[in-house]
Design a protein around this ligand. Structure first.
Ligand SMILES: *[C@@H]1O[C@H](CO)[C@@H](O)[C@H](O)[C@H]1NC(C)=O
Ligand SMILES: *[C@@H]1O[C@H](CO)[C@@H](O)[C@H](O)[C@H]1NC(C)=O
Ligand SMILES: *[C@@H]1O[C@H](CO)[C@@H](O)[C@H](O)[C@H]1NC(C)=O
Ligand SMILES: *[C@@H]1O[C@H](CO)[C@@H](O)[C@H](O)[C@H]1NC(C)=O
Ligand SMILES: *[C@@H]1O[C@H](CO)[C@@H](O)[C@H](O)[C@H]1NC(C)=O
Ligand SMILES: *[C@@H]1O[C@H](CO)[C@@H](O)[C@H](O)[C@H]1NC(C)=O
Ligand SMILES: *[C@@H]1O[C@H](CO)[C@@H](O)[C@H](O)[C@H]1NC(C)=O
Length: 457
């Protein structure tokens, strides 16, 4: 029914067209109601990226996609319990919907970030075999992760219908457009997810990388679509003294009031950007503002004032948000909140693990304090900036995937960040990753949400 209201608001000055559209929609809904029961939980193989034009043919997508385990198995999505009610769109009007047409304030929008994970027998649209861009540490299937149940859930917003990500439609919308995902390794994780989801329609061609292979750019030749991933873990200028395994030899020198030019130089030419930061602010650092040391975090013996990371996070986010809100940017800018981790019985550096193999039930998973503090700071700074952005005509939107991710402790590589970690020794002690996300995996569903927001923007 939401679609009708959406159409209503679009066409309220054009009643004739509106009536026609409603008639078509009602016929469609009746048709859908009629068939809904019989097709409800069948695998959906008629995916929407069936070729409609003469674009390069996708690789055969059905072959390498792991099937849900056939036998009854704890990793299998539960068959009947826990399946939430069908989405509202099947035609049962909800009370608040009936009011909608009379309500001038109704915008046709609903909260895409509140919902549930529901069984999805069709699973992911790509695999380690069909997408060559998955980073080794997140390539869980190739690395020998034995369970596959975590692949068969999809995000289902509670009050709106979320169409599946449609790579063909996405690429068509993005003809001649430029995107950048800016931030830390979670942004890299995300860019790989997005490129993989587009790969059945067109494979991205890498056209640039920096010396350390941290920032990259890809081009989709047929669609002339450019996607950049900009490594900027603090978004502000930072001198970092650590190796690729996260072992550091000195505190980070952080310039809280100087934005990292690696992204700001690019910013003006982007049609879309997703900007985020987070966990790096927890590290030991010396804080500078106006070229003067103003304090530090975890710096014993340094004769600087311990300020705590929230001090730095608020300041850095303030400068970032202010830049965005006053930029006069004409594109669509997303600010993404940082993502929760699921380390149990320890953290990254001291043996934490994440052994769960199914999504958490509602209320079963609590957000850790650090994740909560980061997010609260982000939301507060975003809130302050969004009024200013609106005044300046900047299209700034929030991506807050916290709800979606908190309930997915099963989505991380865990020990399978390494290739077959237990091949030689079943009891081997290995580094677990409960911070990044397996690909394919839960963050693929970010793209469903983002596409919906792009389509409706
Ligand atoms: C994908 O993973 C499967 C299962 O581990 C493995 O047999 C296959 O070789 C992998 N393919 C690629 C291209 O990595
Ligand atoms: C893309 O750019 C080309 C060349 O500038 C132009 O001919 C074409 O119309 C553009 N397509 C879209 C969808 O903007
Ligand atoms: C590709 O897109 C860019 C804008 O992103 C545009 O300047 C250029 O003309 C396009 N090229 C073609 C061949 O369409
Ligand atoms: C950031 O910019 C500096 C200076 O332009 C450059 O040397 C560096 O390689 C860039 N870093 C990344 C990750 O692109
Ligand atoms: C920044 O530092 C300069 C010189 O050290 C000083 O003149 C200026 O007032 C400072 N600005 C702010 C905003 O503190
Ligand atoms: C520490 O800083 C204070 C104030 O800046 C200064 O007075 C003091 O001499 C410093 N102590 C050392 C050991 O450097
Ligand atoms: C692994 O640990 C189990 C119990 O902790 C032990 O019985 C077994 O011998 C160990 N296996 C190896 C290969 O060390």
């Amino acid at each position: 029914m939401k679609f009708i209201w959406r159409l209503w608001s679009l066409n309220k000055h054009n009643h004739w067209l509106f009536k026609l559209a409603v008639a078509i929609l009602l016929v469609g809904l009746a048709f859908r109601l009629f068939f809904y029961q019989s097709t409800r939980f069948e695998p959906n193989f008629d995916d929407s990226f069936v070729d409609k034009t003469e674009v390069p043919k996708p690789p055969p997508i059905s072959v390498n996609i792991p099937k849900p385990p056939a036998s009854v198995d704890i990793s299998n999505p539960p068959a009947s319990v826990d399946i939430p009610n069908p989405p509202a769109s099947v035609g049962v009007p909800e009370p608040e919907d009936e009011e909608a047409p009379n309500n001038e304030l109704y915008t046709g929008e609903c909260d895409l970030f509140i919902g549930d994970w529901i069984p999805s027998p069709s699973g992911p649209i790509y695999t380690n075999a069909s997408c060559p861009l998955i980073e080794g540490h997140q390539n869980c299937i190739r690395n020998g992760r034995p369970d596959s149940g975590y692949l068969f859930w999809r995000w289902n917003p509670r009050d709106c219908e979320l169409p599946q990500f449609d790579p063909q439609r996405f690429l068509e919308l993005m003809r001649n457009k430029t995107w950048a995902l800016i931030g830390d390794s979670i942004s890299r994780n995300h860019v790989q997810s997005l490129l993989c989801m587009l790969s059945p329609v067109e494979q991205a061609v890498e056209v640039y990388h920096d010396e350390e292979y941290k920032s990259k750019r890809w081009h989709f030749p047929y669609y002339n679509f450019t996607m950049s991933n900009v490594w900027s873990p603090f978004l502000v200028e930072a001198a970092i003294f650590e190796d690729n395994d996260g072992v550091s030899t000195a505190e980070v020198q952080l310039q809280l009031d100087k934005l990292d030019k690696n992204w700001t130089n690019l910013y003006g030419n982007l049609d879309y950007a997703i900007i985020s930061t987070g966990k790096w602010f927890l590290k030991a650092a010396i804080y500078h503002e106006n070229d003067t040391v103003v304090g530090c975090h975890i710096c014993p013996g340094k004769n600087f004032t311990e300020k705590g990371f929230v001090f730095a996070y608020e300041k850095a986010l303030h400068y970032v948000m202010d830049f965005i809100a006053t930029s006069k940017h004409k594109g669509l800018i997303f600010f993404r909140t940082s993502t929760p981790d699921h380390f149990e019985n320890g953290e990254w550096h001291n043996g934490g693990t994440c052994p769960k193999t199914t999504p958490a039930k509602e209320g079963e998973m609590e957000m850790k304090d650090l994740n909560r503090i980061l997010r609260e700071t982000e939301l507060a700074e975003f809130e302050k900036a969004s009024a200013k952005a609106a005044e300046n005509g900047v299209n700034l939107k929030l991506l807050d995937f916290t709800n979606l991710l908190v309930s997915r402790p099963d989505g991380h590589p865990g020990p399978y960040r390494q290739f077959h970690p237990f091949a030689e020794d079943k009891n081997a002690t290995v580094q677990n990753d409960c911070l990044h996300w397996c690909l394919p995996g839960p963050i693929d569903y970010w793209n469903d949400v983002i596409m919906e927001m792009v389509v409706n923007s």
